[in-house]
Design a protein around this ligand. Sequence first.
Ligand code: B12
Ligand code: SF4
Ligand code: SF4
Length: 389
Amino acid sequence: MNQIEHLRRVAERTGCAGFGVTSADAFDDVAETIAARREAGLGGKLRFTYKDPETAADVRLSFPWAQRIVVVSWPYMPEGGNPGPMTPGTGRVARFATEDHYRGLKAALTEIQDALHDEGRRAEIVVDDDRLVDRAAAVRAGVAWWGKSTMVLDPRNGPWLLLGSVITDAELPTTDPMVRDCGTCVACIPACPTGAIVAPGVLDASLCLAHWTQMAGVIPWELREPMADRIYGCDDCLDACPPGIKRLADAPMGVGRVGLVDLLAADDAALREKYDHFYLPRRNPKFLRRNALIALGNTTADAIAADSLGPGEAQEIVAILAGYLGHPDEIYRIHAAWAIGRIGGDGAQQLLSHQLKRERNDGVATEIAVCLGEIETGDMGGRPKGRSL
Ligand code: B12
Ligand code: SF4
Ligand code: SF4
């Protein structure tokens, strides 16, 4: 068996969905695209590949000996689960993160790396790394096609794929790109709750909920309600994607749903252990709690509106939020104030008025005042844009 067939069999045996090989030449167009999008303000607060597009789009700058990129895709559905409908007091984790789905991908890549090492070749694993644009490699290697959501997809799994590569000095034969595209479908574009897919194949990360749930700082006002019950990542443009729908049908119900009260009661060590596979800025669980505060405000407000919250439940939730309203860290105070304001009512008004009197931080005081104004007038307009702290 020749070397590429051997590697393909390793990929199949270890559970990969797709396998391909492309040259290690630079993806010049991608470097230009990232730089242009950053320039146009579409990069949000992204670092990753946006930090140094030249390096991300040219593996030889990091691995000068590179000849080929061996690319695999990893299917994570139906295991990624189905969180089911919004339920009071619970949040939703995007399917790629309901557990460490990267673990299987990395094990498969390690076997491919070992096979190359056995042949005396150099081989480095690169996954979700600042030194390679994974999707561009997958498209050029014929593992997937570029969708209008910016996800890359294959016909069997749709967008429910993670990507990983092994960079090698082995001069393997290359595989051809797929002769496929989305055709006339545009389903992902209106499915995005914030309009972040601003044109086919173009994402404005500053509007993307997946981006904000993973970034530090204050969540912009206008995105807090659309965040709904999301606490990590977002799947709406993937859910809408027809080639992926058959994978959703078999997903176990309830996987990815998280109790928000428990999450907000847990200490840093417990959250770090449980959500070790999440990307949280500076590994700081406060950004996960920030997301949970917003989700608790949204789910509680919706449950009250639908009359589906038991007696005393709303008070219990507001009491938890009130604890965060008095927290020394302003990130908590800002988002707790918003959540309390979103729930509304006399109790919320009293809590916010009380906090406003003792608040010493101007930015937080402004946010509280706007929340109070909304409760008093019922007018949700005039919200300030979120600030970065
Ligand atoms: C930064 C990043 C993000 C950012 C920005 C995403 C983005 N679209 O750029 C944020 C935080 C928002 C994000 C979110 C998600 N991410 Co992410 N992310 C990355 C990361 C680290 C870099 C991506 C990058 O460089 N983007 C740069 C821009 C320029 O790329 P692009 O948008 O794809 O641009 C191309 C297209 O626009 C295309 N193009 C241009 N014109 C046109 C026109 C048409 C019609 C078409 C079809 C295409 C097209 O050309 C451009 C390149 O030249 C990669 C890992 C890596 N190292 O590569 C993971 C990665 C892309 N993410 C991944 C995942 C799983 C997600 C989420 C699904 C997670 C979630 N459920 O919350 C969401 C999906 C959101 C979305 N619709 O993209 C997977 C994607 C796998 C796949 N099947 O595509 C990756 C590859 C990680 C991995 N190793 O598996 N992510
Ligand atoms: S991940 Fe969510 S917010 Fe981001 S583009 Fe897709 S649907 Fe829109
Ligand atoms: S929803 Fe349709 S247009 Fe969007 S990525 Fe999927 S197939 Fe392509």
